[in-house]
Write a protein that binds this ligand. Structure first.
Ligand code: FE2
Length: 296
């Protein structure tokens, strides 16, 4: 059983821009580079939560999911392999590089690499934000949520629920779009999927939740000062009630920077909505690429 989103890896030609973006705009804690020159960030006392690797194109390199231990990972491995994908166990060196005790990796039918990890390394008292801020809401809810763009929405929905074991949170149909949301802990969603066009793969945003509404407003101010595009105005979502803004990262992937997301429990009943936002979230930069589409 997946417990939370533990970490995320990106690839981008824009690693250098990410260092300042991550620390000065988002308030992440920039630590020493990875062996391949990756920019690495802390967002709490976990040794590392976000890797930004050098690469020829913008892509999701891997999504790290936390499990309770290797026994739980092996149980999930059996279920995934029965559905087709083959899992490989990370070497000790690979696990150490991710700052976890171990993980199994596989590529899902949509083309995304997942890592089923356990024993994340934590250094209590180590988190130092890149700019003054109240910190990130993580803990049992993990590092945030990721919104993937999948080539086949129905096939992805079956895989993420029936094989990986995510629970449905909600669905939103807004115009011609359909978005599906999934939870694995008290965070309203750790994973969401949409389909921009049949056959396309990519990601729309990574959501990071902060501990104060002031941090969201300060991030918008910092974007204006440092000339970083804010792609959507501050708004409140219908489903998770997050008050957030969307910041255009150097790898096109938006960072939803939010506060006050809904916490849910096992009694949650999935809802359907026809709008993504109660107020706000107005598109401010229609001139920018609408999402990180791999291959574009
Ligand atoms: Fe979001």
């Amino acid at each position: 059983m997946i417990r939370s989103m533990a970490y995320l890896g990106l690839t981008t030609p824009a690693v250098a821009e990410w260092r300042g973006f991550g620390s000065d705009i988002l308030g992440l804690h920039l630590i020493d580079d990875g062996a391949d020159g990756a920019a690495r960030f802390r967002m709490d006392d976990a040794d590392c939560r976000l890797w930004v690797h050098p690469g020829a194109q913008n892509d999701i390199a891997y999504i790290g999911w936390a499990l309770s231990g290797e026994a739980e990972a092996l149980a999930l491995k059996a279920r995934i392999e029965a559905a087709g994908p083959v899992l490989t166990r990370a070497s000790a060196e690979e696990a150490a590089a991710r700052r976890v005790a171990g993980f199994y990796a596989f590529t899902d039918p949509m083309g995304f690499r997942h890592e089923l990890a356990w024993g994340q390394f934590v250094s209590p008292g180590s988190f130092t934000p890149g700019r003054p801020m109240s910190g990130f809401k993580t803990g049992d809810q993990g590092m945030g949520h990721i919104v993937l763009l999948v080539p086949d929405l129905a096939a992805a929905d079956r895989f993420y629920r029936d094989v990986l074991g995510f629970n449905q949170s909600d669905r939103i149909t807004d115009g011609g779009r359909e978005l599906l949301f999934y939870h694995c802990n008290g965070r309203h969603h750790s994973l969401a999927i949409g389909s921009p066009a049949p056959g396309m793969r990519g990601a729309h945003h990574l959501m990071l939740e902060v501990n104060s509404l002031d941090d969201v407003g300060i991030a918008v101010d910092r974007c204006a000062e440092l000339d970083v595009p804010v792609s959507k105005s501050i708004g409140c979502h219908t489903n998770d009630r997050m008050v957030s803004t969307y910041i255009f990262s150097p790898s096109v992937l938006r960072i939803e920077y939010g506060f006050g997301g809904l916490a849910i429990d096992d009694l949650w009943e999935p809802k359907s909505y026809t709008r993504t936002s109660i107020w706000g979230h107005k598109e401010l930069r229609p001139d920018l690429p609408p999402a990180m589409i791999v291959g574009n």
